[in-house]
Design a protein. Structure first.
Ligand code: HEC
Ligand code: HEC
Length: 413
C-alpha cells in the first residue's frame, strides 16, 4: 500500500469535487459515522441537504449502502455482484474485470477491482452525477479536469504519478480511481474474536459464543451460504459465498425515490435478475459478508430490519417473519411494502427448510454473530478522525451526525 496515494484518496472520498452535481461524495453514503456504511435503510444520493446521518434528507435511491470496510478483499462487489473480477481474485486482473454494459470489460487494465469500481458511482445520475450531460467517459474526464485544476491535487498527484508532471501531463480519472481505492484498502477490520480463537487464544470467545459458533458452522447451517472457504486467498474468510440467494426479505418502497423500481407496480427490486436478465434470478441478493455486522444501523439490501436478532430470526422462519413483518420501525417515508408472495415463492431451499433452534441456541447464535465476528477496530471511533477538516476544492465538508448503531450483542446474550 502507498500511504501517500491513500491520503489523496481520503481527501477525494470526502470531497464533493467528485460529484458533478456538487453535493455528494463517497462518504455521503459510506460515512465514517456508520463505519463506512449508511445509517439509512435506503440511501439518499444527490439533492441532499449536506448532512450525513439521521437528518439527511432528499430523494431515496433503491438500496442500503453497505460498508466499504473489507470490501477491497471481495472478488465480487455490489449487492447483486454486478462488478466482478473473473479470476476470482480482486488483485488479479488477468481474466478481466466484468461490469454491466457499457463498461463491460473495458476497465480490466486497472490494477485492482476497487480502482475500477470507483469509475461507477461518479457517473451514476442518482448517486453523484445528477443530470450532467455527456457520455460516461466525458463525465469522468470532466471530474478529472476539475481535480487537475486544483493546485493541491495536481501537486500531490504529480508526486505519485510522474506522467502528471510531464509536459502536457494532467490528472486523469485513472489516477483518481486508484487513489480512492488505495484509501479504501486502508479500511480493513478482520481481526475478530473468532480469528484470535482460531490462532489459539482459547478465551477469545465466551462460552456462549463458542456454542453459537458450533451452531453457525453446524446445525444452524449458516456457513452453507456465509462461507469461509471460498477458493482464493484474499476474500475467503469473509463469511460469504459471494453468491446470490432468495431469503425472502420484505420489499420496501420509499415515498419519494429517484430510482427506477422493478415490476408491474414499480414497487419491487429484482436483485440479481437486473444483471443476468434471467427471471430465475429474481429477488436474489448476494450473501452478506458478516464481519462486523453488529455495528450496522440497519440490515439487508434495503434495511428492512433494524435489529440483528430480527434478521437472524427471519432466516429461521422466513414465511412467518414475512407474514408478521411491519415496517413500523423504519422512517415515515419507508412504510410502503412491495408484494411478498412472489418473493416467498422463490425461497432458497435452505431457507425454506430451516433448522429448528430452541431459545437458548438462538441466543448463543446471535451472541456469536454479534460479538464473535466483531473487530473492535471497525467501530466509528476509529473512523471519525478520518474526516478531513477541509478539502482541496474548497467545497464545505459534509456534516457527519452521530448514528445510533446500538449494542445488540448485550441484549442478544
Ligand atoms: C448515493 C449513495 C452512494 C454513493 C455516493 C456512493 N455509493 Fe458506494 N454504494 C452505494 C450502494 C447503495 C451500494 C450497493 C448498491 C447495489 O448493490 O446496488 C454501494 C456499493 C459500494 C461498494 C461495494 C461494496 C460491496 O459490499 O460489494 C463499494 C466498494 C462502494 N460502494 C464504494 C463507493 C465509492 C468509492 C464511492 C465514491 C466514488 C461510492 N461508493 C459512492 C451507495 C453509494
Ligand atoms: C441460503 C443462504 C443463506 C443461509 C443458509 C443463511 N444466510 Fe444469512 N443471508 C443470506 C443472504 C442472501 C443475505 C442478504 C439478503 C439481502 O440483503 O436481501 C443474508 C443476510 C444475513 C444477515 C444480515 C446482514 C446484512 O446486513 O445484510 C445476517 C445477520 C445473516 N444473514 C445471518 C445468518 C445466520 C446467522 C444464518 C444461519 C442461521 C444465515 N444467515 C444463513 C443468505 C443466507
Amino acid at each position: 500500500m502507498d500511504p501517500q496515494l491513500a491520503l489523496v484518496g481520503q481527501l477525494l472520498f470526502f470531497d464533493p469535487v467528485t460529484s458533478l452535481s456538487g453535493d455528494n461524495t463517497c462518504a455521503g453514503c459510506h460515512g465514517p459515522n456508520a463505519s463506512f456504511a449508511d445509517g439509512h435503510s435506503i440511501t439518499i444520493g444527490v439533492d441532499n441537504n449536506g448532512v450525513v446521518g439521521p437528518s439527511r434528507t432528499g430523494p431515496r435511491n433503491m438500496r442500503r449502502s453497505p460498508t466499504v470496510v473489507n470490501s477491497v478483499l471481495f472478488p465480487r462487489l455490489m449487492l447483486n455482484s454486478r462488478f466482478e473480477s473473473l479470476s476470482g481474485d480482486p488483485f488479479d486482473n488477468s481474466a478481466g474485470f466484468l461490469f454491466p454494459a457499457p463498461e463491460a470489460t473495458s476497465l480490466s487494465y486497472l490494477p485492482h477491482l476497487m480502482a475500477a469500481q470507483a469509475f461507477m458511482p461518479v457517473v451514476d445520475e442518482i448517486e453523484m452525477a445528477g443530470d450532467f450531460p455527456g457520455t460516461r467517459d466525458e463525465m469522468r474526464a470532466e471530474i478529472a479536469r476539475r481535480v487537475d485544476g486544483i493546485e493541491d491535487y495536481r501537486v500531490q498527484f504529480g508526486r505519485l504519478f510522474p506522467e502528471v508532471h510531464e509536459e502536457g501531463g494532467r490528472v486523469i480519472f485513472d489516477h483518481i480511481g486508484q487513489a480512492i481505492a488505495e484509501f479504501q484498502s486502508t479500511l480493513v477490520a478482520a481481526n475478530a474474536p473468532i480469528d484470535q480463537f482460531a490462532r489459539g487464544q482459547r478465551d477469545a470467545l465466551t462460552n456462549a459464543q463458542k456454542r453459537g459458533a458450533l451452531l453457525f458452522f453446524g446445525k444452524a447451517g449458516c456457513v452453507g451460504c456465509h462461507a469461509v472457504n471460498v477458493p482464493f486467498a484474499s476474500g475467503a474468510e469473509m463469511f460469504t459465498d459471494y453468491r446470490e440467494h432468495v431469503i425472502g426479505i420484505p420489499q420496501i418502497v420509499p415515498d419519494v425515490t429517484n430510482a427506477s423500481f422493478d415490476g408491474p407496480g414499480t414497487d419491487e427490486d429484482f436483485g440479481l435478475e437486473q444483471v443476468t436478465g434471467d427471471p430465475a434470478d429474481r429477488y436474489a441478493f448476494r450473501t452478506t459478508p458478516l464481519r462486523n455486522v453488529s455495528i450496522q444501523a440497519t440490515f439487508t439490501h434495503n434495511g428492512a430490519f433494524v435489529r440483528l436478532e430480527d434478521v437472524i430470526l427471519h432466516h429461521l422462519d422466513a414465511v412467518s417473519s414475512a407474514a408478521t413483518y411491519s415496517p413500523d420501525e423504519l422512517p415515515a417515508d419507508l412504510q410502503n411494502l412491495g408484494p411478498m408472495e412472489p418473493v416467498l415463492a422463490r425461497l432458497d431451499p435452505q431457507i425454506a427448510n430451516p433448522p429448528s433452534l430452541n431459545q437458548d441456541e438462538f441466543n448463543d447464535l446471535v451472541d456469536f454473530v454479534c460479538g464473535g465476528l466483531l473487530d473492535d477496530d471497525a467501530h466509528p471511533d476509529r473512523f471519525m478522525p478520518l474526516i478531513p477538516r477541509g478539502v482541496p476544492s474548497g467545497f464545505p465538508v459534509h456534516t457527519f451526525e452521530p448514528i445510533a448503531l446500538g449494542d445488540p450483542c448485550l441484549d442478544g446474550s
